[in-house]
Design a protein around this ligand. Structure first.
Ligand SMILES: CC(C)(COP(=O)(O)OP(=O)(O)OC[C@H]1O[C@@H](n2cnc3c(N)ncnc32)[C@H](O)[C@@H]1OP(=O)(O)O)[C@@H](O)C(=O)NCCC(=O)NCCS
Length: 421
């Protein structure tokens, strides 16, 4: 079966998470991704190691379906391998710190001159312009500076990061879209271009609705917020508020463990049915006509009382039981799923979102699957490569080097480790 990006070859210099998450998606779409590593490898191979001597899950979970070549870019021979690869690739991508590639002698102008068709994808913490351009960044730095942290948590507590990796993986997604756009444009122009995504910009894009609320504050308080907003000039932290026009909250359920909550959205259309269902149990059979909750405006004003009533009802049910009750009423809701819940969830397993893979160093392990489902080219997920596993294969098949030339490169120290050769 042919895959969507079959025939597209990517020279992937990315490391850690933000870049690799992008190139893994492109590999799952069918691109031939050559992970171009320094001789010691992507630093994440050894970070948070759980199995001695094996590539860490940090690495294996972000580098599936890639081939690995190790090249010392600080040697003249290594630079030549890089130049040769540039000439036969469609995309080169990197997420080094500011100025790293330029120091190695390969800014965009030079890369474009070497291969005018190649597209270059670049992730930086803050982009290549502006006062922050020289700063390095990691996930939580981007969350801090892109608006996510100031709007996550509760007003009386400190700012919080979110568990979803919006700074790293979120940026990788943005880059993937940019690269696919540039590939499409190249069909018309025959030319590559430089695609840059700053982590801070990507987080701001994901916080768009918080800027909606920031501007609304100029015209009065934010009525749907559960916290007071009247005197504010900036979007506040608002706990588990829905963040949209409909009211929402995480409701504690039986037996009261850390994840025994159901997230419930009291959509305007469902209040009547919900009130009729829970009212009698609460000793309030007329709840659906209670004027405190009769309109969405009243429910916004009295939402703490409404949440207290729903919580009282939920105390008699587990999150799954409460979900069944609410689904019957067409109330949008979802149990708070822990990683343990998700790893065994029938729905998740049925959609190939948790996949068992084999690895020569670590045996069976699990990856989160491909979230983008293409009907004509479903992803076939394969394990991540060992360090330098494909050195000889890439030099021979992609670059046409002969055995003597490959041996000479090894002797010159341009390749580092050559596992699997
Ligand atoms: C993530 C980050 C903070 C890590 O910083 P770091 O570990 O100091 O790594 P850098 O990217 O700055 O530098 C990489 C070094 O490896 C070297 N290197 C990379 N590939 C090489 C190769 N194939 N051969 C030889 N050297 C290589 C570079 O030349 C550079 O060395 P230098 O400092 O002497 O110039 C930084 O890369 C960064 O800010 N990236 C952009 C934002 C980003 O993507 N962050 C999210 C990470 S999930």
């Amino acid at each position: 079966m042919s895959l969507a990006l079959e025939g597209i070859r990517i020279l992937d210099m990315t490391h850690v998470q933000a870049g690799p998450t992008c190139s893994q998606l492109l590999a799952w779409l069918g691109a031939d991704v050559i992970k171009f590593e320094p001789p010691q490898g992507d630093a994440t191979r050894g970070q948070l190691r759980d199995v001695p001597g094996a590539d860490s899950l940090y690495f294996t979970m972000l580098n599936c379906n890639k081939r690995s070549i190790t090249v010392n870019m600080k040697s003249a021979e290594g630079k030549q391998v890089f130049v040769d690869l540039l000439q036969v690739c469609d995309i080169v991508m990197e997420n080094f710190g500011p100025g790293v590639l330029e120091r190695l002698g390969f800014g965009w102008e030079r890369i474009h001159a070497i291969n005018p068709r190649i597209i270059m994808g670049s992730i930086k913490g803050f982009g290549s312009s502006g006062p922050y351009a020289e700063f390095k960044a990691y996930e939580n730095v981007a969350q801090a500076m892109g608006g996510a942290m100031s709007t996550t948590g509760v007003p009386e507590g400190p700012p919080f990061v979110t568990g979803a990796q919006i700074g790293d993986s979120g940026t990788g997604l943005h880059l993937a879209i940019g690269l696919l756009g540039a590939l499409q444009q190249r069909h018309r122009t025959g030319l590559g271009q430089y695609v840059e995504v700053a982590m801070m910009d990507a987080v701001m894009n994901l916080c768009r609705v918080k800027f909606r609320d920031h501007q609304r504050l100029a015209h009065g308080p934010l009525e749907e917020y559960s916290v007071p907003t009247g005197a504010l000039r900036e979007t506040p932290r608002a706990g588990n508020d829905s963040g949209g026009g409909q009211l929402g909250n995480a409701i504690q359920c039986k037996p009261g463990g850390p994840n025994d909550y159901l997230y419930v959205v009291v959509q305007e259309a469902v209040w009547g049915a919900l009130a009729q269902r829970i009212g009698p149990t609460l000793g309030q059979p007329q709840l659906h006509t209670d004027p405190r909750f009769a309109t969405i405006a009243e429910r916004r004003r009295n939402q703490h009382a409404m949440w207290a009533l729903i919580t009282r009802f939920a105390a008699g049910h587990t999150k799954r039981e409460f979900m069944v009750i609410l689904n019957e009423l067409d109330v949008p809701c979802g149990p708070i799923m822990s990683t343990a819940d998700l790893a065994e969830d029938v729905h998740v397993l049925g959609r190939d979102m948790i996949l068992a893979l084999d690895h020569p160093q670590r045996g069976t392990w699990y990856n989160v699957g491909m979230p983008i489902k293409l009907s004509a080219s479903p992803a076939q997920v394969r394990r991540s490569p060992l360090l330098g596993e494909h050195n000889a294969e890439i030099l021979r098949e992609v670059l046409g080097y002969d055995t003597a030339r490959i041996a000479a490169l090894g002797e010159a120290g341009a390749l580092g480790k050559t596992a699997g050769n």
